[in-house]
Design a protein around this ligand. Structure first.
Ligand code: SF4
Length: 62
């Protein structure tokens, strides 16, 4: 199980994550994860890699 989060204080609202991964969307000029708990990652690591401010966290649980 993976947990994916955006740290709102770090998000600068550039929307880069949403352009590479459809599990992210913009809301009030911040990125938001649509589904935070995932059995498998698909594009979430790509989103983390393009984020210019290290605002995306991916944790492995269990
Ligand atoms: S790429 Fe990072 S800074 Fe840009 S919107 Fe997504 S989470 Fe926020």
């Amino acid at each position: 199980m993976f947990i994916v989060k955006v740290i709102p204080e770090k998000c600068i609202g550039c929307a880069a994550c949403t352009s590479v991964c459809d599990n992210f969307e913009m809301e009030d000029e911040k990125a938001k994860v649509k589904k935070e708990k995932l059995e498998q990652l698909t594009c979430e690591e790509d989103a983390r890699n393009v984020c210019p401010n290290e605002a995306i966290l991916i944790k492995r649980e269990g």
